[in-house]
Write a new protein. Structure first.
Length: 150
């Protein structure tokens, strides 16, 4: 993404790394569940864990309302607009810290695609009724505990 195309509050990579190597990072998780098809997961395209399945998510920007962050992340990662529903809980990621990365905490929100958008999910995304191998372990534990997936 070109510097000029970044939303307000976006940090340069060096500044991001400097700040988030020392403090917890607030993130949002976009949890799209279809009663027939399961939970929508996508493949990571950026480090860490490129190629892993994960719940779409991202960092909350400075002064960004959390619900707006969920909408922004859904558009950026899933390619469609969502109605943001209930806060389902939070996901901590000790594996990041243990592997010398950062220390994110994700607020997981239920989200429903608007206007049938889930019918045109992006390449690299899929619905799962059974959780796939390669899913972040912290997200797997959350989906099992909170939403009853296996």
């Amino acid at each position: 993404m070109a510097e000029a195309d970044r939303p307000p509050g976006w940090l340069a990579k060096a500044e991001f790394d400097s700040i988030f190597s020392r403090v917890p990072r607030l993130c949002v998780e976009v949890v799209v569940v279809d009663p027939e098809r399961g939970v929508l997961l996508t493949r990571r395209e950026i480090p860490p864990n490129v190629g892993s399945w994960h719940i779409a998510g991202g960092t909350v920007l400075f002064a960004e309302p959390v619900v707006e962050a969920v909408k922004r992340v859904a558009r950026a990662e899933l390619g469609f607009d969502v109605h943001v529903g209930d806060l389902l809980g939070y996901i901590e990621y000790p594996s990041h810290f243990e592997n010398g990365l950062d220390s994110p905490v994700g607020l997981a929100f239920e989200a429903q695609p608007l206007n049938g958008a889930e019918e045109s999910i992006p390449e690299g995304s899929a619905f799962f009724r059974r959780l796939p191998p390669g899913l972040y372990e912290e997200q797997r534990a959350f989906l099992v505990r909170r939403l009853g997936f296996s």
